[in-house]
Design a protein. Structure first.
Length: 346
């Protein structure tokens, strides 16, 4: 094409500009129940049959189904009677509600909450703060007060986080051998999916989920079975209340919500509470040291701008925060997946 190589830059720009269309197609198919219907039917269905059962227009559904075929979320078979659609492996595993590895809930959270905040990304860049006030007409001073503005929103967020850990949790918890730690506190553990992964991987351990009272109550009612005695709960605000003694503290996607000052404040409390020889495990999506990527992490950092007070960081930046709190012997493991692990020792 030119001295810059064979890349079709106009085509790349057009693909980037239409990227949001891709996500909305997937969100809409999830929301309408396309993938669930096709799973339950046990056989391919026509666009007319799908539209009738889901209560949509036939023309709209046909276009949605064809777009899902283009995205490899559906497969189509042309017969004498017309086109028949079925799920692909990826949609059956990750986009149906009943699958144990379902990402349906995080899709709905992105569609109904995150997407609305991103509408004001330019304002977030100009102002350097989250956009709950514009998106939902609520105060942006307390990000989690805004995120947990109703029980419905809390459930969507908690279910979404649980779905993420159903496919990412084992990778980060196995990044280091944590078997020597028996008494664990999961700060901001939410719906408990990571705690459940932990006690499955390290069956001799116990995990206490430390979270806000209203979060704990929903976790007990909806997400953590009562027969799981290795998981307990502690109600409180770890910024404003004391942190009990433990051998290991897990902070999964916690520090990226806050600025450096709040991170140092929290890590200092954790260090003070930590038993000698204990540690802290940070689970975050790490930026490259030159901040050149990964792209997913760069986009997550933009999301922190529109939704929280924080940002994504490099391994060196997290190590510096841990060292400032007193932690040493810091190790970093990149999993090659969405989230990485950083371990510091007392």
């Amino acid at each position: 094409m030119d001295s810059m190589g064979d890349l079709d830059y106009p085509q790349i720009i057009l693909q980037y500009s239409s990227g949001f269309l891709v996500s909305k197609v997937m969100f809409t198919a999830c929301e309408l129940g396309v993938f669930d219907l096709l799973l339950e039917s046990g056989e391919p269905l026509s666009s007319d049959a799908i539209a009738t059962r889901l209560g949509t227009s036939t023309t709209g559904m046909e276009r949605l189904l064809d777009a899902c075929v283009g995205l490899k979320l559906l497969a189509v078979e042309l017969t004498q009677g017309g086109a028949l659609y079925r799920n692909t492996e990826i949609s059956s595993i990750y986009l149906t509600k009943s699958s144990p590895r379902s990402q349906y809930h995080i899709m709905m959270y992105y569609s109904n909450t995150v997407y609305l905040c991103w509408h004001y990304l330019a304002d977030a860049v100009r102002e350097g703060r989250n956009q709950y006030e514009r998106a939902f007409s609520i105060s942006s001073e307390d990000p989690f007060g805004a995120m947990y503005r109703s029980e419905e929103e809390m459930l969507k967020f908690m279910a979404g986080q649980n779905s993420v850990w159903s496919i990412c949790g084992r990778d980060v918890l196995a990044a280091f051998d944590l078997s020597s730690f028996r008494q664990i506190y999961d700060l901001g553990g939410g719906g408990g999916a990571l705690a459940r992964e932990y006690v499955t991987l390290y069956p001799d351990s116990t995990v206490t989920i430390y979270d806000l009272s209203k979060v704990v109550q929903l976790a007990k009612e909806r997400f953590v079975p009562t027969e799981e005695h290795r998981i307990t709960f502690h109600e409180g605000d770890f910024f404003n209340n004391s942190i009990p003694e433990a051998e290991l503290y897990i902070l999964s996607k916690i520090l990226h919500d806050w600025d450096d000052d709040r991170c140092r404040q929290l890590l200092a409390k954790v260090y003070k509470a930590c038993k000698p020889g204990g540690g802290v495990l940070l689970i975050e999506s790490l930026l490259n040291e030159d901040r050149s990527g990964p792209l997913e992490t760069q986009l997550y950092s933009m999301n922190m701008l529109v939704q929280t007070e924080g940002k994504e960081r490099t391994a060196a930046e997290y190590s510096k925060l841990l060292e400032a709190a007193g932690f040493g012997e810091i190790q970093v493991k990149r999993t090659g997946k969405l989230y990485d692990a950083v371990l510091g020792r007392k």
